[in-house]
Design a binder for this molecule. Structure first.
Ligand SMILES: [Zn+2]
Ligand SMILES: [Zn+2]
Length: 765
């Protein structure tokens, strides 16, 4: 289908169409210093020249500069770290590049085992000089021993480094002491609390390497994000050079942005639903593309959603051309290999014209030969969206990518502001390495690895001295001549669970079978798996029978009730330390430490058909206290009075808070579930109207800080998202929040815009 037809057929549901022209590659020859065998390996794969950004990265890495490569998907980032690293390994064969008395080695870190396995496969052609080995939780004792004694290209993950390799560094001295390159692949995954942990694991790695006389060059690869060098520098603690000019070729692509229409004559219920659902829209769109014989893949977040999209398309196709019904299918994770191969084969041959999938596809099947991709709901980052759109465009043919907005403020903003999606990236991967809850355990682990001295403090940041003093006072560390020693028998690295995000996870157990359904973070369990909660796990619906707070277990049963539940809570927030403030006339932006006290007190049952409230049940749950970081905005009483004559002031602040939380993921790669908010017309600590947005993790995660740093942009996009939504009184696409502890009351959409305007009067550009 011609993209122009889309606009004609669907009118103003298509908010924007952009044609991105084909890009010619910029090529450069291979540099002379690359080992001939390494080069031959790539040439055998057809890589006879380099793209410009690869050549640039190679120059930096060869010169020993720490480098981050941040270019698009499929732009050959791996080559940029492999070629220099393999060249050193190749030289190591003859002993011409010994480090001290050690032969060179390479360490490759991936956020997932699947990615490490993929890299291992790509090294198959390098067997003449690379002896790769994967070290992760799945190894046998023999495999580990072989890796320790013989491997020169170690593929692992931060978890294994943290729990195993660094604490046992003496056994890995050959590998660690020979390191010429440390590769941190797909490093944008290391964000939030996880990012802070990995930052300290990398500092410990640098320290242990130095102990064995190695000074490796760090090479990081990342998806396209804002300021990759700032992020990579913070992650490694080193000065990092960015390579961002993508010189790889691509075919022309048309991108269409799509907003589901407001349903005619609907009176918004308390759930606020006023628009047609994104899955219905996607099902309709998929129908038309299949009729037009356009091979299309639809990405939907949940399994249920993917099934709904395929079912809508099949139902409609049945009316038009029953033969086409069987040419649409659903894909989700967990398929058998032969089922996957059959799907792949049918897609390639064109027998299958429409496939609705969850993101399980990322790990599952190879989809070549597509013409169009429909993405239902912004997938969180521009890089993820580009990756999904990048699935279409078989061998240089033009393709279409369509983003269908879900009812989320960020989606509303993006479909009305294509420049934010297609222009310069503003989203940054952020974390806070100074979070004391993260820093402490890593200082302990570092001390157990090699006694800590004052000379190490600079590496671990401005709060290191304070952290060591606290550990010493608690009796965990003791100072002797050579520095601070770890005093306990247990392993210090066990103090830090680097994948956990605060609070012990709560286990969700099927009461009938005893099977573990999944886990939820301790921090969100009270509001998601309380007694009576309807809990959806990967598309399967459960009802919670019992929630054992003390032991962290929720017993559930499979059910399909005609209602959903939402927890109501009371939240109080107190400022404990104002670290930074910026005055904008009558408004002020601040950042600092807060204590948030939250208690889930009841839950609402809401009909899944229509959204009406069926009842409220009282809950008895404990108060929870969270010490974290927040950004808060205040406005003087005079300015509030001048701007808000007839508005509901608390409802306006509350609506602005919801939308702002929904939009923060535009500036920082986080999820609205990673952050919380409180708004009030008069806060005791500030004495005036205040909106707080805080990190939902002990010690903070860097999201609120990014909100503070980008405050003017953040408030502007929040205002614009609310204005762009055509609903009358507010809806989930603008000011309603699915996680509101107050049942979305009070909310004043129009007042929120006036309030934000008042905040922005004297804001910097
Ligand atoms: Zn709305
Ligand atoms: Zn709320």
């Amino acid at each position: 289908m011609d993209p122009g037809d889309l606009v004609l057929r669907y009118g103003d549901r298509v908010t924007h169409v952009e044609r991105i022209p084909a890009r010619e590659a910029v090529v450069e020859p291979w540099p002379d210093w690359v080992d001939p065998d390494v080069r031959a390996m790539y040439e055998a794969e057809g890589i006879t020249a380099l793209w410009g950004h690869q050549a640039e990265a190679l120059r930096h890495v060869r010169a020993g500069r720490h480098t981050v490569i941040s270019t698009g998907t499929a732009s050959g980032k791996s080559l940029a770290f492999q070629a220099p690293a393999l060249t050193d390994l190749a030289a190591g064969r003859t002993g011409s590049s010994l480090r001290g008395n050690r032969r060179p080695t390479v360490l490759y870190l991936a956020p997932t085992k699947a990615l490490a396995a993929d890299q291992l496969r790509r090294l198959a052609g390098a067997s003449a000089f690379a002896r790769p080995a994967t070290v992760d939780g799945d190894n046998s004792r023999e495999e580990r021993a072989w890796a320790r004694d013989h491997a020169n290209y170690l593929l692992t993950n931060p978890d294994t480094l943290h729990h195993s390799i660094l604490p046992g560094h003496a056994r890995w001295a050959r590998v660690l002491g020979g390191l010429t390159h440390v590769v941190v692949d797909e490093c944008h995954h290391y964000r939030g609390v996880f990012g802070a942990h990995v930052a300290h694991v990398l500092r410990r790695l640098r320290r242990v390497c130095a102990h064995y006389g190695a000074d490796p060059t760090f090479v990081l690869s990342s998806a396209t994000v804002a300021e990759p060098e700032v992020f990579a520098g913070r992650l490694t603690g080193l000065d990092v050079v960015p390579v961002t000019d993508d010189a790889s070729p691509h075919a022309a692509r048309t991108i269409a942005l799509w907003e589901p229409p407001i349903l005619p004559g609907i009176d918004p219920g308390t759930a606020g639903v006023v628009r047609r659902s994104a899955t219905s829209e996607a099902g309709e769109l998929l129908t038309d593309l299949v009729i037009g014989r356009v091979r299309t893949l639809a990405f939907v977040r949940s399994r249920r959603g993917a099934e709904a999209v395929a079912a809508t398309a099949q139902r409609r196709l049945h009316e038009v051309d029953p033969e086409l019904v069987r040419r649409v299918a659903t894909y989700r994770g967990g398929y058998l290999p032969e089922e996957r191969r059959e799907l792949e084969q049918r897609l390639r041959s064109g027998d299958l014209l429409g496939l609705a999938s969850t993101n399980a596809l990322e790990l599952g099947i190879d989809v070549a030969g597509l013409d169009a991709v429909i993405t239902v709901g912004f997938p969180g980052t521009r890089a993820a969206l580009q990756q999904q759109f990048g699935r279409a465009g078989r061998s240089g043919r033009d393709s279409i990518g369509i983003l269908v907005a879900r009812d989320e403020p960020i989606d509303t903003y993006l479909v009305h502001h294509p420049e934010a999606l297609l222009g310069t990236a503003v989203e940054a991967s952020v974390f806070d390495p100074d979070n004391p809850y993260v820093l402490g355990p890593h200082l302990a682990a570092a001390a157990q690895e090699i006694p800590l001295t004052e000379g190490d403090f600079a590496m671990f940041g401005p709060r290191a001295a304070e952290g060591v003093a606290a550990l010493e006072a608690a009796g965990w560390l003791r100072k002797r001549q050579a520095g601070w020693f770890w005093t306990k028998r247990e392993r210090a690295s066990d103090l830090a669970d680097i994948r956990s995000s605060g609070g012990a996870p709560v286990q969700i157990v099927d009461a009938l079978t005893g099977r573990l359904v999944g886990t939820v973070d301790g921090g969100s369990a009270d509001s998601t798996v309380h007694e009576g909660a309807v809990y959806v796990h990967q598309g399967d619906v459960h009802v919670v029978d019992e929630y054992d707070v003390e032991h962290g277990v929720a017993m559930v049963h499979r059910a399909d009730p005609e209602y959903s539940t939402s927890a109501r809570s009371i939240t109080e927030i107190a400022v404990t330390d104002t670290e930074r403030t910026e005055q904008w006339g009558a408004a002020a932006m601040s950042f600092g430490s807060v204590e948030v006290v939250n208690q889930v007190v009841s839950y609402l049952k809401r009909s899944t058909s229509g959204g009406g409230i069926l009842g409220e049940e009282v809950l008895e749950l404990p108060q929870r206290s969270l010490q974290t970081k927040a950004v808060w905005w205040t406005l003087s009483a005079e300015a509030v009075a001048a701007a808000m004559e007839h508005d509901d002031v608390p409802g306006s602040a509350h609506a602005a808070e919801h939308a702002a939380i929904g939009l923060l993921p535009l500036l920082a790669t986080c999820d609205r579930w990673d952050i919380g908010g409180v708004s009030t017309a008069l806060h005791p600590d500030t004495g005036t109207l205040t909106v707080f947005v805080y990190d939902g993790y002990p010690g903070g995660a860097g999201f609120a800080e990014r909100g503070y740093e980008m405050a003017a942009t953040w408030l502007r996009v929040t205002r614009d998202a609310i204005v762009a939504c055509a609903c009358r009184d507010g809806c989930p696409s603008c000011v309603y929040s699915p996680k509101c502890g107050n049942g979305n009351e009070p909310l004043d959409k129009a007042g929120a815009v006036r309030l934000l305007d008042a905040f922005l009067v004297d804001a910097p550009q």
